[in-house]
Design a protein around this ligand. Structure first.
Ligand code: HEC
Length: 154
């Protein structure tokens, strides 16, 4: 009599665990109005075409809090482990005095950001971050980058 009950209970727990795991990796498409951005064709090629654009940073903040914050912390505050603090990406470039070299460094950081977001992060078959390719357009990802960059790090 006890055995089936225990089995049912553990099965239910197992299913609940699986469901929460799947929900954690669900990609939530942000609801944002990209018509506030300059009208042009946006590509994945770096450097970020929306760097320093305040409308893009505001749009990026909204998108971030809808899609990324549950893993990376509200407003990218870096409070959530194990997801890394995104404000650090490319920060070191600001200390480079040579303008051409600084630009190369920043473009490289942009490329890393975009690559991480589009293809996600998988290690040994375990998904740490889902791929966002097909969910987020280039202008939304560049806006996310603009927001993260405009947010002061700790
Ligand atoms: C399900 C949780 C989750 C969600 C949602 C998520 N991420 Fe991540 N992200 C992670 C984890 C965990 C890592 C670190 C993975 C690793 O290094 O293996 C990561 C890594 C990254 C990296 C690379 C950072 C570095 O320094 O290595 C970037 C960039 C990034 N995420 C951006 C985003 C953006 C932008 C969004 C929203 C569109 C997002 N992530 C949504 C969990 C998430």
């Amino acid at each position: 009599m006890h055995k089936p009950l225990a089995f049912t209970a553990s099965l239910a727990l197992g299913l609940a665990f699986l469901a929460s795991g799947a929900a954690a990796l669900e990609r939530v498409a942000p609801q944002v109005d990209t018509s506030v951005l300059p009208a042009q064709t946006y590509e994945w090629t770096e450097p970020n075409p929306l760097r320093g654009n305040p409308q893009a940073a505001a749009l990026g903040q909204s998108a971030f809090n809808q899609s990324c914050a549950r893993c990376h912390g509200a407003d990218a505050n870096g409070s959530r482990s194990p997801a890394p603090d995104l404000r650090r990406i490319g920060m070191g470039c600001r200390r480079i005095a040579d303008p051409a070299l600084r630009q190369r460094c920043t473009a490289d950081a942009d490329a890393f950001f975009v690559k991480s977001v589009r293809w996600g992060k998988q290690k040994f078959g375990i998904v740490h971050m889902p791929p966002w390719e097909g969910v987020l357009s280039p202008e939304v990802v560049w806006s996310l980058r603009s927001f993260v960059e405009s947010t002061p790090a700790r």
